[in-house]
Design a binder for this molecule. Structure first.
Ligand code: 2P0
Length: 362
């Protein structure tokens, strides 16, 4: 089993110079959903996602010798240009938890500045992009200070592993276009510990696939994903759900390999609704979709039936609708959004996005 604990990564701080690293990491949309976990973000079932492009976090990390010796992790954290104590506390906890992987973190003063390309309160999951960007900075830091992780595959695998410890879905954001996370016999090299790149196994049509995010509500979610995952432990449908996810994974991987959009879309929509059905059947039960989410779903299905355009939807753990379609439907989708969906969006707000190249070092 991969274990990244490494007590040798200790610095000679007498000769340490300041340095900075910066990464942009996009968010991702799961097609087969990760919902239910054990241990430290170990998934109950495998998942596959498309990596987005325009919805991203940029994180800059500056290091210098430690200044405060009375704390384990000496960190100043700025979010959207302002010192943010709440996030700082969370990140200190995360960094403390991974200090057996990066023991040198206890020898440094870190300044981290982070911002999102999308409004913080837009209801878009930011944990995937923010944990991805932070983990990439940490691996770059190790690489710079110790000359390790020079091989790209090795670098990304460690970044994916570390980001999973922060937020499960983040581990899939490390790779361009598509990623699989969770041990699954049909995906060679897949693991519960980190995601693997999957772009080489999917049809070209998915490399320019669109995912426009229609903002139904920007409010904070009533139940966090962390709490939602935990409720799966007592959900009566949990076991059949995990079996179903594996069956759907099998069919979706085949559909994505061959470019069968109808099969892709049917499975993707069923998965999105299953995720929300699991929330509704949790105890206590909860509902994150809004009336306008359902109205959009009805309009998307009606539009597809009338026009035969392969335009489908997905949902994250929230009320917003992800509109998924191939680049060939770009014009039809834009007209459809403007004429039928924008009036259902909060303040007519939407984020055009698409499948992208994955993280970028800046
Ligand atoms: C996913 N989601 O596969 C699923 C489906 C949202 C919908 O994983 O507790 O923030 O940090 O591992 O990754 C969102 O939950 O949860 C999520 P943690 P995370 O993308």
């Amino acid at each position: 089993m991969t274990d990244y604990k490494n007590s040798k990564l200790i610095l000679d701080t007498a000769n340490l110079k300041e340095g900075t690293m910066k990464w942009r990491c996009p968010s991702n949309i799961a097609l087969i959903k990760y919902w239910g976990k054990h241990g430290i973000q170990l998934p109950r079932n495998p998942s596959i996602s498309l990596t987005l492009d325009q919805a991203y976090t940029e994180t800059e990390m500056t290091y210098a010798p430690k200044r405060k010796n009375d704390v384990e992790i000496d960190l100043d954290f700025f979010f959207e240009g302002e010192k943010n104590e709440k996030f700082e506390e969370k990140i200190v906890k995360f960094l403390t938890g991974i200090s057996d992987i990066f023991p040198f973190l206890k020898q440094l003063h870190l300044t981290i500045k982070s911002h999102n390309s999308f409004p913080h309160s837009s209801g878009i999951a930011s944990s995937a992009s923010s944990m991805g960007a932070l983990s990439l900075c940490l691996c770059s830091l190790e690489s710079d200070l110790f000359g390790t992780l020079k091989n790209d595959a090795e670098f990304r695998q460690k970044a994916s592993y570390v980001s999973r410890l922060g937020s499960g879905s983040a581990c899939r954001s490390i790779y361009a276009h598509a990623a699989v996370w969770g041990a699954f016999g049909e995906a060679d090299g897949s693991s519960d510990l980190y995601a693997i790149p999957y772009a080489n196994h999917v049809h070209e049509v998915f490399k320019s696939f669109h995912d426009d995010i229609l903002i139904v509500s920007q409010g904070e979610k009533a139940v966090s994903s962390r709490a939602g995952h935990a409720l799966m432990e007592e959900n009566d449908y949990a076991d059949p759900r995990y079996k179903q996810a594996r069956r759907r994974m099998h069919h979706l991987l085949l559909a994505m390999e061959s470019g069968d959009l109808e099969r892709f879309g049917t499975i993707t929509e069923n998965e999105a609704l299953t995720l929300h059905a699991l929330m509704m059947t949790s105890n206590p039960s909860y509902i994150l979709m809004k009336p306008n989410s359902l109205e959009m779903i009805n309009r998307i299905r009606r539009f597809r039936k009338e026009t035969q355009h392969p335009i489908y939807f997905s949902l994250d753990a929230g009320p917003n609708i992800h509109l998924l379609y191939p680049d060939s439907c770009r014009d039809a989708a834009k007209t459809f959004i403007q004429s039928e969906l924008l009036d259902l969006c909060e303040n007519r707000h939407w984020i055009p996005d698409q499948c992208g190249q994955g993280p970028l070092q800046l």
